[in-house]
Every structure is written in structure tokens, then in C-alpha cells.
Design a protein around this ligand. Structure first.
Ligand SMILES: *Cc1c(COP(=O)(O)O)cnc(C)c1O
Length: 367
């Protein structure tokens, strides 16, 4: 059996370090806003080359808090990609704004910048580029489009811890970056967690206050905020795991290279990486005509796969009323074609080879 993701295997090797880190927080008993949180936030900001990092409850809250902090007029338009996890658009709606969906490109699945530009209207206030599957968006083009229209840029980095665009970490290009530490992400906690990064002191401060009851000091609240904080136990765990992130990302890249070398192009289209990208391969997504058939074939061989995502956001019940479900988009064609192969540092060379052999035998039979 080849797992899509194997967190058990990943954590088994770290059991002792995690025990020590968690034990320290228990000893300390500062479970909320403790030193473990400020330590992790400092390390994570340093790792990314960002000035500020605010720990929050999860990645969705990170997006929501950033948007809230920007104080846009009600019902503003915010552009998000049609193919991403639901949270990207959910955060927009939660803040009282309207998501406008733009297409993704065929090469690396990130935002199609031409289409994005066409979606900019009088009411547009911000863009949320998603570094989907671990591949950075074309940030120069996104920033040019944003600057020429005076738009804010909120980078959704939930799938791209450590990804770089022309040598610089994603999350540091726009006004702020949102990270998720959901267990299955490249850097994951043992539960929910998230972070906001920014180079703006003012924005970081506002986000930090919003996430902590609008608090300036104990029982002094400047405005109405909420409770969404990264807890100390998760922060301690993340500090341990951050030490291994580069190694795990490097292993993901090796797995991707093996797929690239070994997979026949017969029945599947492989993902491509832009020249300026340092991809961190959160997911390895191929495209194929008979996706469901290949998926069940691999399942029979004991190989787990995923689909990211089976329904474009434009077509989700939650967003259908926005009226983009019938548009002609790459994202709509891809829904039925995308298949995510097993990807992660848990995969041995033998496992990767078994996946390659299985996909290739399907390809040959299909021709
Ligand atoms: C996981 C994810 C989120 C949300 O993060 P949570 O921590 O699960 O709230 C947002 N955007 C993208 C692209 C994601 O993959």
C-alpha cells in the first residue's frame, strides 16, 4: 500500500524531539501567547526573509484577518483563482466582500495573469494569488498588475512553505502572506495553526490585535477583534519541524524529478515548472482524459491518489450564485482531468518506482 501522505512515518522519526518540545510547554504552562509562539514566529519570519510574523489559529483565519485589517469598503471585489481550496474565497465572503474568480494557466496551474487583469473593475480592491500545489505564481506580473491599479496583494501561501520566486520566498512580495499549518501541509502542526507574514509593521500589528480581541493590553481593547491565536504547543511542534522543512522539500523535489524522468507521456500530461520557480511540490498533479479510470486502476494496485480539486470554486454550491459557473475556463476543463499522485518525504525510491510502473502500465494499456 502506497499512501498519498504518511504523517505517522514522518512523526515517528521525530518522536523524541517532539516530546521534549511539548514537555517544555507543559512545564511552562503558558499555553496561549507563550514564548514558544514568539520563538517560532521569529524563526519562521527569518526563514522566509520577512520582517513580521503573527501566529493565528489556522490558514483560513490568516486570510480573513489580513483582509479585515485592510478595511475595504463593504462589498468590494477581490480576485481569487477558480482552482484553489475553498478557503481562499471563503475568507473574502466572510469579510463581506465579493470574490471574482480568475482562470489558472495550463502549465503550472497558478493564476493566469492576463485573465486576472481582465477581471479588474472599478470595485476591485485586492488580488489573492495562490501559490498552488507549491508552485509560485508569476509575482512580477501580479505585482505590476496590482500596482498599476492600486490593488492590495494578499498571497495565499498555504501550499508553498519555502517556495521561491526568483530566489525570494513567496509571501514577501505582496502586502501580506497567509500560511496554514494544517497537518498535511509541507510544514504542518499536530492540529490547526496558521501565520500571517508581512513587511509592514502597521499591518502586522493590526493583524496581531485583530487575532487577539483587538487588545492593546490586558483588558484594554481598541477595537472589536476575535480569538484566533497559534497555541504554544503547536508553535513548539512547528519549531522542531521547521528545522527539517528544507530537507523534506528537497526530498519532494527528488520525488518530482523521478516522476518526471520515469512517467510515460502517453496517457498523462505532467506538470511543468517555470524557469524562475523554486517549486516545493506540495502536490504532484498530472492531467489525463480518463482520470476516474486511472484513479481506480491505481487504487486497485494499492496506490492512494487525490483530486485537487474536483469542483472549481465557480461551480461550488457556495459560489454558484456569483454567476461564473458557465464561463469557459481552463479551470473548468481541468476539474475532470486532474489527479494528484502520492507526494511527500515519506516516499522511498521503491515506492516512487511502483507508482511510475503502475501509471505507465495503465498508459500503455490505454493506447
Ligand atoms: C489549506 C489551505 C487553506 C486553509 O488553511 P487552513 O489552515 O486549513 O484553514 C487556504 N488556502 C489554501 C490554498 C489551502 O491549501
Amino acid at each position: 500500500m502506497i499512501k498519498f501522505l504518511d504523517l505517522g512515518a514522518l512523526h515517528r522519526g521525530l518522536a523524541r524531539e517532539l516530546d521534549v518540545a511539548i514537555g517544555r510547554v507543559i512545564e511552562d504552562s503558558s499555553f496561549v501567547c507563550g514564548e514558544a509562539v514568539s520563538e517560532f514566529c521569529q524563526s519562521f519570519a527569518d526563514f522566509l526573509g520577512a520582517k513580521y510574523c503573527v501566529g493565528v489559529g489556522n490558514g483560513t483565519d490568516a486570510l480573513e484577518i489580513i483582509i479585515e485589517a485592510m478595511d475595504f469598503p463593504p462589498s468590494s471585489e477581490i480576485i481569487v483563482p477558480a482552482n484553489t481550496f475553498v478557503a481562499t474565497a471563503e475568507a473574502v465572503v466572510r469579510c463581506g466582500h465579493r470574490p471574482v474568480f480568475c482562470d489558472c494557466n495550463q502549465e503550472n496551474f497558478t493564476v493566469d495573469v492576463k485573465d486576472l487583469e481582465n477581471r479588474i473593475s472599478e470595485r476591485t480592491v485586492a488580488i489573492v494569488p495562490v501559490h498552488l500545489y507549491g508552485h509560485p505564481c508569476d509575482m512580477d506580473s501580479v505585482m505590476v498588475a496590482a500596482k498599476s491599479h492600486g490593488l492590495k496583494v494578499i498571497e495565499d501561501c498555504a501550499q508553498a512553505h519555502g517556495a521561491r520566486y526568483r530566489g525570494r520566498s513567496v509571501g514577501t512580495f505582496g502586502d501580506a502572506g497567509a500560511f496554514s499549518f494544517y497537518p498535511g501541509k509541507n510544514l504542518g502542526a499536530l492540529g490547526d495553526g496558521g501565520a500571517i507574514i508581512s513587511n509592514s509593521e502597521e499591518l502586522a500589528r493590526k493583524c496581531s490585535m485583530l487575532s487577539n480581541h483587538g487588545r492593546v493590553a490586558k483588558y484594554e481593547h481598541e477595537f472589536v477583534g476575535r480569538n484566533s491565536r497559534l497555541d504554544s504547543i503547536q508553535a513548539a511542534v512547528l519549531s522542531v519541524k521547521l528545522l527539517y522543512l528544507e530537507e523534506w522539500n528537497a526530498r519532494r523535489c527528488q520525488v518530482a524529478s523521478r516522476y518526471e524522468e520515469g512517467l510515460d507521456r502517453g496517457a498523462v500530461v505532467l506538470p511543468s515548472t517555470a524557469g524562475w520557480a523554486k517549486h516545493v511540490w506540495h502536490l504532484y498533479v498530472v492531467q489525463t482524459d480518463n482520470r476516474d479510470e486511472l484513479k481506480s486502476f491505481l487504487h486497485e494496485q494499492g496506490i492512494e491518489t487525490g483530486i485537487h480539486y474536483p469542483i472549481a470554486l465557480t461551480r461550488l454550491q457556495a459560489f454558484k450564485s456569483l454567476g461564473q459557473a458557465e464561463e469557459e475556463l481552463n479551470a473548468h476543463q481541468m476539474e475532470k482531468r486532474l489527479l494528484s499522485l502520492p507526494m511527500g518525504p515519506h516516499l522511498t525510491d521503491d515506492m516512487v518506482q511502483s507508482v511510475i510502473d503502475a501509471v505507465n502500465s495503465y498508459s500503455r494499456a490505454a493506447q
